[in-house]
Design a protein around this ligand. Sequence first.
Ligand code: AMP
Length: 216
Amino acid sequence: MNLILLGPPGAGKGTQAQRLVEARGMVQLSTGDMLREAMTTGTEVGRRAKPIYDAGELVPDEIVVDLISERLESLAPCQGFILDGVPRNAAQADAVDRMLRQKKLALDIVIELQVDDDFLVERVTGRFTCARCGAGYHERFRRPKVEGVCDACGSTEFERRSDDNEEVMRARLEVYHDQTEPLRDYYRTAGTLRTVNGRADPDEVARQIELMLEDA
Ligand code: AMP
């Protein structure tokens, strides 16, 4: 089973992808994670991407297409994958189609997580993660049980993404509505699009996604 998770920043694509990794042994291919890793390690790609990432704009298509292509190469046969955060515009959607055709891989389903903008801004500007294990928290909706201590690993170090502030988030949403949202029609026409309410509780969203995958 191979799928794309489509949706605005903060819609829960990463959270749901992680759940699919755990529940189904799928591989998560997140271009955002790949770019953050490249920036942290200071590669050439990371240096090129940084100012664009920090402004909430899209990094050049060839960078993300190369990143995805490399990872698809190294997948074991029959290992299902989740494209998380890619494609983000029509050119990337074409490139992904071409790549999958070349590698004889199917795209079974595209799941769109729908959430309205104001909720997304609140969700994204309040989120933070454990610096050691990556467990996710939110200032209002999900604080650690013991203040300042990670529930999962006990670490007291937390971090926030540099682009999770209101100004950059508004720019990211504009880019989403302008360039990514039109892909809905592209995948609707292809017959692969399903939509889920991304404002629901993450367990409920995961349940809906599971039903959609069973049906695909
Ligand atoms: P994300 O973690 O998916 O929210 O992505 C964070 C940022 O990484 C975006 O605002 C873009 O600057 C960049 N990025 C991630 N994926 C892509 C992509 N497919 N195309 C272009 N830029 C991307």
